[in-house]
Structure formats: C-alpha cells, structure tokens
Write a protein that binds this ligand. Structure first.
Ligand code: ADP
Length: 628
C-alpha cells in the first residue's frame, strides 16, 4: 500500500516540470519575437545609415550633368570622400561608366564600363533596387542598394543621369544581434535555473501537506488514529488537512463505538446460557458462543467456516434454503448413551433494510429437563388415571353383582362389601397421598420445624410397632397412609445410640416417613423376619437406618423406588394395599427437612433404607429450654 513513489512520478516533479516548461515557452516566444524585431530594426537603421542622403544625390546628379568630365569626376571624388560612410559607394553615369568610388584602393575602375546587370536594369527602368546577399568567399552578408540619380532641375522623373551603387558589409549588424541574442539566452538560462529552484520549492510546499495527509491516511488504515496532520494555511489544502483531522477523529470514534458494541455483544454472547451460532447466507459458521460449542461438544475455534447444517447434523434432511424459507425452529435429539440432550433450535434471518438476507442466527436452547418434566407429567397423569381406574373398576363389578341380587346372599354380600370398602379406603389413601405430594410440589405444604430429641422419637415409634405385635391388632395410627393391618410376625431389633440427639424436624411428617419405611419392611418381608433399626451420629449428621431380611429390591429398580407410582411388583404392592406413593412422599419430606434418603439392597437378602439429617452437635442449654 505504502509504495515508494519515484521522483519522476511525483506531483512534485510534475508541478516543477510544468512550471519550467511554461516559463521556457514564454521566454522563447518573447525572445524570438524580440530578436526578430531587433534584427529588423537594426537592419533598417543600418540601411538608413549607409544610403546616401538626397542632397548628396542631387550634388552627384549635378556633377554628372556637367560637361567637363574630369572636373566632375574630381568633384564626385570629393563628395564621396566627404561622406562619412563605411560602405563601398560607386557612382555610375547614364552610359554605365563608373565615375567615382569611395574605395581608395580601387580607383582604377573609374572610367570603366560597369558589368553589373542590376545597375543596367536600374538605369533602364529608373527604379531603385536593393538586396541582401551572402558572400561565400568572405562569409559575410552584404547590403546592396542601387538608387537612380535624376536631374534635379528637370520636372520629369524619367531623366536618369546615373545611379549610386552602395554595397555595405552587414557583419556589424549581425554581430550586434548575435550579442543581444546571446545575452538573452544566458538570461533565460539563468531564469530557467532560478525558476526551477523556485518551482521545486513551491511544488514542495504544495506537496508536503498532501504527503503528510497521505501518511496520516496510511496510519489510519492501519488503525492508528493518534496522529494529526499539520495545517499549513487557510487554503484548500489547509481545509483538506482540517477535514482529514476531523475524519480521523470521527473514524476513531466510530471505530471505538463499534469496538465497544462488539465487546458488548461478545460478552452478552459468552454469558448467555443459550447457545448462539451465526452464519453467513451460505450457512457457513461465522460466530459461535461458548454455550453453543459446549452444547454441541465442539471446539469453538475450529468450527468457524464450517457448515451450520453439518454441526446440527441435519444436512441430510434440510438445505439452507429450507431454513431460510420455511423452517424457523427444530427439535433436535443429541442424546448419547448415558447423557440425554434435547435441543430446541430456533432460526432467524439477518436481513438488511433492502430485504437482502445476509445470514442466519440460530439459538440453541437445552430443553432436556423440560422435555423430561413434560414426559414425567404425562406419565404421572396416566399413572393416576390408571391407579384410580383399577379400584373403581373392581368396586363397580362388585356393586353390580350386589345389585344383581348378591346382596341377598348372606355368604357373599359381606365379603363383597368388605372388598368395596377396602378399595374405597385405598382410593382415599391414594388421594390423600396425591394431595400431600401436590402440596409439597407447590410449596403450600406446612412444615413446622421444631427441635426434637430424635433418639427419643425413634424409640417412641418403635415402641408403638412393638405394641402392635403384642396386641396383634390394627395399627390404629392416626394417619391414613399407614392404615394397612400388619398381621405378620416380626421382631424389631434396636441398635440405637444412648446419646440424646437434638435435631430440627417436623415431627408429624417425620413420623409418617418412619412409619412408611417400617411398614414397607414388614410388607416386603416374610413372616418372622427381623427388622433392625439403627441410629448413630456423625460430625454433623444423624443417620437412621431400617434394615429388613425381605425380598430386597432388584439392582435396576433401586434408583426408581422413590419415583411416584413405582412398584417393583405391582400386583403384590396392590394386594398389600400400597399406593406406590409412600417412598415418593418420604423423599419429598426428608428433602424438605434438608436431609437425604437412600436405599441399599440385595435381592433375596433384604433392604436397608437410610435417612440422614443435619445435626449441629450440642445445643446450648438455653436453646433447649427455649424450645421446650
Ligand atoms: P408401596 O405403597 O407400593 O409400598 P412405596 O413407595 O412405599 O409404595 O414403595 C415403592 C416400592 O418399593 C414398593 O412397591 C416395593 O416394590 C419397593 N419397596 C419398598 N420398600 C421395600 C422393602 N423394604 N423391601 C423390598 N421392596 C421394597
């Protein structure tokens, strides 16, 4: 870009050369005209100098008319001698005889007849003749003038008495002219030299600001806006320099603004949780933010320029034209084994005001969780409907049978009514469970936290179960959930720390959880099993565990037993009056108490349910008194 300009190509040189040429042409024209004029003027003056005056001519004419030739010749010689004239002058009479000459060395031609045709012509025609001739021998120019001499006393002009022949060397005239021409040439050369220097200086003065502006423009194109062009004056170049300076400031401001905008956009893009990919109109990626690269598991730097469709793995289904014209959003499944990922992809066009589409912006939104929740919600609704339909169908058929006359049969009627009642109770339990789950989901469930000695509470719950075995009677518990009637024999073994453990819990809800787990242990154990209940404390947790020697839970079902309506063996659970919601509620409750619940089990050997709750160690006595 910054190519060095050679001197001959520079404006500097061009201005100087134009300047000098103009000056030279002007000088030459003036010089030529001047020298020509001078030459003509000098020749004219010379002619006047060498030509004999009229009175001399008249004197000569009078002498020629005289009859005494010798006296006349003498007089002529005197007249010629008196003439102060450098030219060679001869006087010829009407017969063509030379009568006098100014040349002292050539007096012998007097009395001879002239051979000059021009003289003869003048004598004959009575008309003056003049010429400029060049003598090859002497290398000199001569002026020749032949003027007829007439009788001054005669009226008519026709009486030619002779001619006066003048021949003058013009060397002095030309020498003069040459001298002047030489002076002129020298002067014009000196003028040309000085004017060249002035031209260079002036053109420098013109081109220097241009050069500085050029340099500033080059700096600006490199992104350096720090410089300022010097303003040399108020002329056009000065104004151009001011304009360049203003331009530089403006461009810098615009550059800074667009840079700031770009940084802002960059930070918006990089802090967005949604992925954003922008491509040109051919679908080649131009910008990709970190979120998009992470979602698609790509290296952001390496995908620039690659096809957007390929990145989204839809190149076999759609073309860019489809995306531009009709497809504004897509749901894409990027799930791999062990990691599910569903992306909602939205396309929008980058359009100029003219409507020209210059690119595509695609926003990727991770909807895996949303989709999962949606799927679970649908599953839940279907489960609820199914769970309610089963008891209703069975009740319906029993009631139909009763209506058809079975009520009269004392053997079956009480049994039918009993089943109907049990189904109704199960439905009530299920609906109560669903309501408490829904309350916990929506956050409207009331959790009344109080500081409780969990050691005492756990022992109290276990005492009640012990009592139930002894009385072999229905549990008689207040809550509806645990209304099943454990008729099985079992033994409760306690491995409980002696220490008082004060923990913040909602007592009623916590008791429900323990009831449910122990009831499950009884339900899913064979008759006569031992249920081991442990309570221990760690640094900042208390851990309760309830182990049975029952069926156990298959490995793949372990992660699902806390799901709503999940049952390993549906028929068995239902037969036991279970709803499949007990553990789901337990999990919600324990999480509300900031604790954790989990299970460990070996199929056929038994299961252990664990609950851990946050525990702060020893409380100040004041606290205990306050709480109590
Ligand atoms: P349910 O009302 O069916 O007992 P829960 O939510 O209490 O519902 O339990 C869910 C499922 O977990 C049960 O159906 C059962 O398959 C399994 N389960 C729970 N506790 C035990 C246990 N102690 N031993 C074996 N399986 C159990």
């Amino acid at each position: 870009m910054n190519k060095k300009i050679r001197f001959f190509q520079s404006i500097n040189f061009k201005i100087a050369i134009v300047f000098i040429l103009l000056l030279m042409i002007t000088l030459e024209i003036i010089g030529a005209y001047f020298v020509k004029q001078l030459e003509e003027q000098n020749i004219e003056t010379f002619k006047q100098q060498v030509q004999t005056p009229v009175y001399v001519n008249n004197q000569l004419s009078s002498q020629l008319l005289k009859s005494d030739a010798t006296a006349a010749d003498k007089a002529i010689a005197n007249i010629l001698t008196d003439l102060d004239n450098s030219a060679d002058i001869r006087v010829v009479d009407s017969k063509g005889v030379v009568r006098g000459t100014s040349d002292v060395n050539d007096q012998r031609i007097i009395g001879q007849k002239t051979t000059d045709d021009n003289v003869k012509n003048v004598l004959y025609n009575n008309r003056s003749y003049e010429t400029l001739s060049y003598d090859e021998k002497t290398h000199a120019s001569y002026y020749v003038s032949i003027v007829p001499l007439v009788n001054p006393n005669s009226d008519s002009n026709s009486s030619v008495v002779g001619v006066i022949y003048v021949r003058a060397n013009m060397q002095s005239v030309y020498r003069n002219i040459n001298n002047i021409t030489l002076i002129f040439l020298t002067a014009s050369l000196v003028a040309a030299l000085f004017s060249s220097i002035i031209a260079v200086v002036i053109s420098r003065a013109i081109t220097r600001p241009i050069d500085e502006m050029k340099k500033q423009a080059i700096r600006m194109s490199r992104g350096d806006y720090s410089g300022q062009v010097r303003v040399y004056g108020q002329d056009e170049l000065g104004q151009l320099a001011i304009a360049v300076n203003n331009l530089s400031v403006r461009v810098e401001e615009a550059q800074e603004a667009s840079e700031a905008e770009r940084r802002r956009l960059d930070s918006v893009l990089s802090h967005m949780t949604d992925g954003v990919i922008s491509s040109d109109r051919r679908g080649n990626v131009m910008i990709i933010n970190e979120a998009a690269a992470e979602l698609l598991n790509l290296d952001a730097d390496q995908v620039i320029g690659q096809s957007l469709l390929k990145l989204l793995k839809v190149d076999d289904q759609y073309t860019i034209r489809d995306l531009l014209k009709k497809q504004s959003e897509l749901m894409l499944d990027f799930s791999v084994p062990g990691h599910s990922l569903i992306l909602h992809v939205e396309f929008s066009l980058i359009q100029r005001e003219t409507g020209f589409i210059s690119g595509i912006v695609c926003v990727l939104h991770d909807v895996t969780e949303q989709q999962k929740n949606e799927r679970e919600r649908r599953q839940f609704v279907s489960n609820v409907s199914h769970e309610l339909r089963t008891p209703l169908t069975s009740m319906h058929s029993y009631l139909e049978a009763l209506e058809d006359g079975a009520w009269k049969d004392p053997d079956v009627a009480p049994n039918f009514l009993h089943v109907t009642q049990e189904e109704t109770e199960r439905m009530i339990r299920m609906i109560n469970d669903l309501l408490s789950l829904s309350r916990m989901d929506s956050g409207t469930a009331k959790i009344e936290m109080e500081l409780v000695n969990i050691n005492e509470l756990f022992n109290y719950i276990l005492d009640r179960f012990d009592m139930m075995i002894k009385s072999d009677s229905p549990s008689g518990q207040e809550n509806n959930r645990t209304a099943s009637k454990p008729r099985k024999q079992y033994k409760i073994k306690r491995e409980i720390t002696k220490q008082d453990l004060w923990v913040e819990i909602d007592t009623d809800k916590f008791m429900e959880v323990i009831d449910n787990i122990i009831n499950n242990a009884i339900k899913y154990s064979p008759d006569g099993g031992t249920i081991t209940c442990r309570l221990l404390e760690t640094n900042n947790h208390v851990i309760l565990s309830i182990s049975d020697q029952g069926l156990g839970i298959p490995k793949k079902a372990l992660s699902h037993v806390f799901d709503r309506f999940y049952r390993v063996d549906k028929a068995r659970s239902r037969a036991q009056g279970g709803t499949g919601l007990g553990l789901a509620i337990s999990k919600e409750v324990i999480e509300k108490l900031n604790g954790r619940i989990w299970v460990d089990s070996k199929e056929g050997k038994g299961s252990t349910f664990y609950i851990s709750l946050p525990y702060q160690g020893t409380y100040e006595e004041d606290d205990l008194w306050d709480e109590n």
